[in-house]
Design a protein around this ligand. Structure first.
Ligand code: SAM
Length: 316
């Protein structure tokens, strides 16, 4: 089955050849076109129901089945838009077995949509496994793009958008979380995380311990919802603001590249100059300042130490 320009429409000639089981005549009359068989990864809103796309609504109406992370959650969305397509559960606990089952239906010419509770399936949500299984089985996979919390937070963060790394959720346990933060090979790009409201204060405390009180962060809360809020500032201040209230809602945490300095500005200074500046500005011990500079410049510890000594005139 071919499709024009990546679109999934089937033209009239193909309609005749297609397996039309499960497709109502009314649907064909209404659209004049039907969906090609295949897997549709459909983004849904992350709060504001107006963020569903026209294409998402059409696809959700026309597929045979919608595989949902939580069928009850998706049913609310379907009810809102008067969509009566049957649903089936597809979540992290049955992703493997359900993928196999759905791929059998897809191989038989089915049209199946996958949605998560909110946002883009496959992004910190189920979806990736069935996409890979469908591709391996030679089935067409169609992205139906829409809302995503990470990108929505990033574009309104005020941080540079040219380069960023999406890291999903940090580990829930403090020790493991700090280890991940310490191990971030940070260059000039923004780091984007998903975080839960009951963990954000601990995470901000860890960010402060690892990168210093001046590390610029943005907490993007309740995106697209009534109480949408952006907290932008040095991590110590944002933490103080949040400590004073009951923290609720969904959130994205973004870290600015290396304490808000531009990559170009950092590149100009020597390791020794940067270590000295950090010691003066944040009262860090030389070894801690050097550790931070090495990490931010993606240098090995011994290389950074040699650079420091060279800069301090202790190495010929
Ligand atoms: N697949 C989704 C997407 O495309 O954004 C993300 C799913 S992940 C399981 C859920 C996490 O995304 C939340 O814990 C939160 O960190 C973030 N998130 C989802 N909706 C959000 C919103 N409206 N505002 C801020 N963050 C949100």
């Amino acid at each position: 089955m071919s499709a024009d320009n990546g679109d999934e429409f089937v033209d009239d000639a193909q309609v005749e050849a297609a397996d039309l089981s499960g497709v109502s005549g009314q649907m064909l009359v209404a659209s004049g076109k039907i969906l090609a068989p295949g897997l549709y990864l459909v983004a849904t809103p992350i709060g504001n129901l107006e963020d569903i796309t026209l294409r998402a609504l059409r696809v959700l109406r026309q597929v045979d089945r919608i595989a949902c992370e939580d069928t009850r959650q998706t049913q609310k969305l379907l009810n809102h838009f008067g969509i009566q397509t049957p649903t089936v559960s597809y979540h992290m606990h049955n992703e493997g077995s359900r993928s196999e089952e759905l791929v059998v239906a897809l191989k038989a010419g089915g049209r199946i949509a996958v949605v998560s509770d909110a946002g883009t399936p496959g992004i910190a949500d189920p979806g990736g496994q069935i996409a890979a299984a469908a591709i391996a089985a030679g089935i067409a996979v169609y992205p139906v793009p829409g809302a995503n919390a990470a990108l929505s937070g990033l574009i309104a963060s005020g941080l540079p958008t040219e380069e960023f790394t999406f890291r999903g959720f940090l580990p829930a346990k403090g020790g493991a979380r700090k280890t991940v933060l310490e191990g971030l090979a940070r260059g000039g790009e923004v780091q984007v995380f998903y975080e839960a409201p009951h963990r954000i204060l601990d995470t901000l405390a860890d960010v402060e311990a690892v990168f210093g009180a001046a590390q610029w962060v943005v907490v993007a809360r309740e995106l697209t919802k009534l109480h949408e809020e952006f907290l932008r500032g040095p991590v110590a201040e944002v933490r103080k603001t949040l400590e004073g209230r009951t923290v609720r809602g969904e959130m994205v945490l973004l870290l600015a590249p290396a304490a808000g300095e531009s990559v170009a500005a950092r590149a100009k200074g020597s390791v020794a100059a940067e270590v000295a500046a950090l010691m003066a500005a944040e009262g860090l011990a030389e070894k801690d300042a050097l550790k931070r500079v090495a990490r931010e410049r993606r240098m090995g510890k011994s290389e950074a130490y040699r650079e420091l000594q060279r800069g301090q005139g202790r190495l010929k």
